[in-house]
Design a protein around this ligand. Structure first.
Ligand code: NDP
Length: 301
């Protein structure tokens, strides 16, 4: 059997960012158009602060106009919607991202529905989700788009392949399935009520795991030579009891990596696989939204 290819998500994300940066420079030089991204963070959730900082820095580095709105944790629904409406109307802003999760007193669904779908670079509005589900062109969520780009690069044409998506969340599982269906894969969506997951997974030429369960997918769940995309990011204690006693933790995916690499043809590591693609795809979506808003047909990087 040929050796498993470990897909380098960081290198692919670097290449995508470089390509977006070049297209932004072209838009600015030829059309005087600078794509603009607004990120809205409510509250002081530590992980969200890190993500938001990275999105701001990377959009600036790509030559975009970048604005981050940091709102107090007790911001009201009306205040947040008011900001969203102002960003909808701002001609310098082409992409708006409301960082999730929002504090518990806020209704994320109601806020997202006030976003102009043409600026919904996270692809989470009903309009974009509905367009994807209907097989129409849409702004699609960034992590699923990252999975698709990695799969296209690994396998080339995806048409006709059996794909199994483990997980059916709005953020990951459903849009991944929609994107793979649009590529003419035969798609199975499995979830917590599915029976006999190992045998469902063994049918997959393409297996995408997005369950949030540390190393749930074992080596013998994988069809030999399959492409396995591990979306999961799970923090677990070290196995070594000394390290664990010190409270040390590490990140693992939803796939048992060491077992999987003995069987799969392609495999993303976690971390270092899908994760880095997410922000790069956010930049790509912002570029797409800006170009479409100006009526330009830009070849997607
Ligand atoms: P959710 O918790 O929203 O959804 C998990 C899905 O997995 C649900 O559909 C659930 O089924 C299913 N599931 C849970 N347990 C099982 C099980 N034992 N067997 C089968 N199915 C199961 O998670 P997300 O989709 O938001 O995220 C999934 C993972 O991806 C997480 O680890 C998250 O951290 C990671 N992630 C990584 C990103 C990145 O940039 N790399 C971005 C976003 C997420 P049901 O619907 O029946 O409850």
């Amino acid at each position: 059997m040929t050796e498993c290819v470990i897909i380098d998500g960081k290198a692919r994300a670097d290449a995508l960012r470089a390509s977006v940066t070049a297209q932004v420079a072209r838009l600015r030089a030829e059309y005087g158009l600078q794509p603009g991204l607004a990120v809205v963070l409510v509250g002081d959730d530590a992980a969200s602060q890190v993500y938001v900082r990275s999105k701001g820095e990377q959009s600036l580095a790509a030559g975009m106009h970048s604005v981050t709105h940091r709102l107090a944790v007790d911001t009201s629904q009306a205040e947040l919607i008011d900001l969203v409406e102002r960003l909808n109307a701002d001609p310098l802003i082409h992409g708006i991202l409301v960082q999730l999760p929002l504090p518990a007193h806020l209704d994320a669904g109601a806020v997202l529905e006030r976003l102009n779908p043409a600026k919904d670079v996270d692809g989470l509005t009903m309009v974009n989700a509905g367009r994807l589900a209907s097989g129409l062109d849409a702004l699609t969520p960034c992590t699923p788009l990252g999975c698709l780009i990695l799969l296209r690069e690994a396998l080339g044409v995806l048409s006709g392949r059996n794909a199994v998506v483990l997980g059916r969340s709005i953020l990951v599982g459903r849009p991944v399935a929609g994107l793979l269906l649009a590529e003419n894969c035969t798609v199975t969506i499995a979830h917590s009520k599915s029976r006999d997951l190992p045998s469902i997974c063994r049918q997959a030429d393409i297996l995408v795991a997005a369950v949030g369960r540390p190393e749930m997918v074992k080596g013998d769940w994988i069809k030999p030579g399959a492409a396995v995309i591990d979306v999961g990011i799970n923090r677990v204690p070290f196995r070594d009891p000394v390290q664990a006693a010190l409270g040390k933790t590490k990140l693992v995916g939803d796939v048992a990596f060491k077992q999987a690499r003995q069987v799969a043809g392609w495999l993303t590591p976690a971390p270092g696989g899908v994760g880095p693609m997410t922000v790069a795809c956010l930049l790509r979506n912002t570029l797409t939204a800006a170009a479409r808003g100006a009526g330009l047909d830009l070849a997607a990087p």
